[in-house]
Design a binder for this molecule. Sequence first.
Ligand code: FDA
Length: 508
Amino acid sequence: MTTDTFSPGRVVILGGGTAGWLAAAYFSRTLKMPNIALVESSEIGIIGVGEGTFPTIRSTLANLGISEREFLVRANATFKQGVLFNGWADGADSYFHPFNLPIGGEDEALLPHWIADDSAQRPSWADAVTVQERVIRAGLAPKLMQDPDFSGPMNYAYHFDAARFADYLRDISVAAGVERIEGTVAQVEKQADGDIASLILSDGRRVGGDFFIDCSGFRALLIGETLGASFTSCGDTLFNDRALAMQVPYPAADTPVRPYTLATAHEAGWTWDIGLTERRGVGYVYSSRHCSDDEAEATLRRYVGTQGDALTPRQLRFATGYRDQQWIGNCAAVGLSAGFFEPLESTGIMLIESALRMIGDFLVPGDRDARDAAARAFNSHMAGRFARIVNFLKLHYCITRRIDTAYWRDNADPASIPDSLRDMLAQWRTRPPSRFDFTVDLETFLPPSYHYILYGMGFHTRLAAGAARYPGARDAQQAFARVKAASPGALANLPDHRALLDHFHARP
Ligand code: FDA
């Protein structure tokens, strides 16, 4: 029966991957919502990749009321302090995108003074404003053993085993009262007004609900197949559409674990290399327009070396883009069903976190007008977020100086660069980025991340207005000196990454 009032009494989540179980955990444990059910299909399974996260994950996990140790052990997790990029600018370069904000925070006051220094001794931008690159290059952890849960002197996120993480979230959600329903959805029943009424499983069971969260992965069973939300492709800008993934064992139990993601550029894409406690997750993300699957496998094998000889890579295919409407009627999409970009910079799980926070804020009992207004606000915000991430990811490619393959040449072709990014780059050639270049509310990546990539890639800004136009030269020099002075202390105090992991795994 259709009514004018709306109460999200029973929330049904379809899908038991990272998105589904994170939704269940967030609603049941963080928001203390009763009456949550989750349908998952062991026949279909989960995608099982997605091992790199963003620092927002720490507050997401802390708000679930779990301990950091339990999470680290259950998800086989390690610490991640940023991404080290090798070979993206000219093939022989190496730069770091740290999670630490620059000294002084998001303020851009230091940047023009670093740009104005054209001496040979000038450190990289990341090294000038944070000690974190020195910390990761020394293989150190972001925190001390005695630091409180989910915090430390360095900003950090985690790498984890996606299947183990979903299992862990399932256990804590079910313990908090979430009803788990195992089965495959064969049909979706709608009400006369277009809202979803129930999911009908292949064995005939019917799962009814008041609000549905579509976490069914790339298939987008509810938001796409049932409700018809259209898909905006970003494939003309971000070319990668396939990946080959391998789980590579360490040669010895005490092999050092990298406290960062290593992203190495190749002929037609890049490899991710993620260190977990017992193995590495390695994958080649590539463009099927620029290389064949056989060439991609050869590239991955060349990268992994003999450790990969006995391993068979798993292929994943994906379309890069997002749904324009991610909330329709009584259904919101979260995770791969809402959209996906390639794995660069770990945007997948971070977008799940922001969607859940927003749904949690917006999903309240009320009339249908209010619910539909919430849907419009959600759609406009999420579409804005996705669109801005396209710019940030494209920045990693389009200012390359590599011309060795068609993939890199095509990536630098202005026709493949969104207008808004092209406009910003045109200005940044003669002035540093300004916070007014960004609509910060919609930015997943704050301006400092743009600065790290831009100047890590060796982008050249000529201060057309002259250095004197930018106040604070003395303060900037003092700030740079403070970072330099803090480096020996950080290197002396922080523990080795594997030693910290051993500590967490050993403690009762
Ligand atoms: P997932 O596919 O895992 O789950 C879908 C669920 O729906 C499953 O439980 C399935 O059984 C269920 N289902 C589907 N149809 C059903 C039906 N008819 N009936 C019942 N159940 C049904 N992200 C990131 O943050 N960092 C990273 O490093 C990466 N790396 C990465 C690499 C590659 C190659 C890809 C393709 C993706 C990533 N990602 C990522 C993205 C990340 O993997 C993704 O965001 C999360 O795993 C979330 O996936 P979902 O839960 O949305 O789908």
